[in-house]
Design a protein around this ligand. Structure first.
Ligand SMILES: C[S@@+](CC[C@H](N)C(=O)[O-])C[C@H]1O[C@@H](n2cnc3c(N)ncnc32)[C@H](O)[C@@H]1O
Length: 312
């Protein structure tokens, strides 16, 4: 089904009509669509806004290892790749498919709250050209089977080389982004951390530590509010435990403050408790943020936790 056919199918239901009306009036969606080379997802603007309002934590020159959890379709990873100096130009096949809006099977499958709209099709997310077998990553060969990993390195497309390592992980397969290692797996599965760690452990970072952890993960809404809050809490707790094991401390970096964790949550008293008991004691500074581009009718917000103190 083409994108146009998908739109016609979508426009028949009342909720889809409301969704389309909101999309077409949204200034962030308009801004994103005005440039076919720009961000794949509206959510990219949330990260841009948070970074520029809160000390440019992504832009610091010593930020060299970033993990993006729940990264698909890749808006945040594009922002990070740009900040770390990887050329933002995208592989030819992706630019062509998104610019022309061609060939989707069913856009409704991919139109989550994060705004896969107008130019993004289901097929462009799933039919990623696979480049097997082993590939070089900053002069080193991956130490494990890269079955679910894509990395677009600098000799595959003409562009600049950035600094550092970016790892993006999602349940969904992502179109490649230059400079970004993409892993398709469940973050809550036992192998996720091993895969991430394997990619981060490179020359200059033998311990595979992380400067910035981003999590925009959100479990699919089940319609059951209690279950949804529990899922959100489970994700936040797992991300925090991951941060505890992997974030760089101040001593590691040679700065006053340790690593940074930016994590989405959904407002609920249980999450406030998590903030008070887990986040506040372990970071120098924790803020709860609702960026301007986050929709007013969504109860999502972000914890920006700066200065990991390290396990004592
Ligand atoms: C709001 S979207 C992220 C948008 C992304 N930040 C961007 O800019 O393109 C949330 C993502 O979290 C992913 N997700 C949810 N639970 C996950 C899990 N357990 N493991 C990996 N990814 C997960 C979903 O597949 C979805 O793609």
């Amino acid at each position: 089904m083409t994108f146009r056919q998908s739109l016609i199918a979508l426009s028949k239901s009342k909720s889809a009509k409301a969704w389309l009306a909101r999309q077409f009036q949204d200034p962030y969606v308009k801004q994103r669509l005005s440039d076919p080379q720009a961000y794949r997802a509206r959510s990219a603007f949330k990260l841009v806004e948070i970074d520029s309002q809160y000390y440019h934590f992504l832009t610091k020159p010593d930020v060299k290892a970033v993990v993006d959890l729940g990264a698909a379709p890749g808006g945040w990873s594009q922002v990070v790749a740009g900040k770390l100096g990887w050329d933002e130009s995208r592989p030819q096949e992706e630019a062509a498919s998104t610019a022309a809006g061609v060939g989707g099977e069913d856009v409704s499958k991919a139109t989550g709250d994060y705004g896969l709209d107008a130019d993004m099709t289901w097929s462009s997310m799933t039919r990623v050209p696979t480049r097997r077998p082993r590939r070089k990553v900053q002069g080193e060969l991956l130490a494990f089977d890269p079955l679910n990993i894509d990395f677009v390195n600098s000799d595959e497309i003409a562009s600049t080389t950035g600094r550092g390592t970016i790892v993006a992980l999602d349940l969904l397969r992502m179109q490649p982004i230059h400079g970004v290692h993409c892993i398709q797996t469940d973050f809550l599965s036992p192998e996720a951390e091993r895969l991430i760690h394997g990619l981060l452990s490179v020359k200059g970072n033998p311990e595979g530590k992380v400067d910035v952890i981003l999590s925009d993960m959100a479990a699919n809404a089940s319609g059951n509010q209690v279950r949804d809050i529990e899922s959100s809490l489970e994700i936040c707790q797992s991300v925090f435990e991951f941060a505890r094991r992997n974030l760089r401390t101040a001593e590691d970096i040679g700065r006053k403050r340790g690593g940074v964790l930016l994590m989405k949550y959904f407002t609920h008293p249980l999450l406030q408790d998590f903030y008070i008991k887990k986040l506040r004691p372990n970071f120098h500074d924790v803020k709860s943020i609702k960026p301007p581009s986050s929709r007013g009718d969504s109860n999502e917000a972000y914890f920006l936790c700066q200065g990991w103190k390290g396990d004592s």
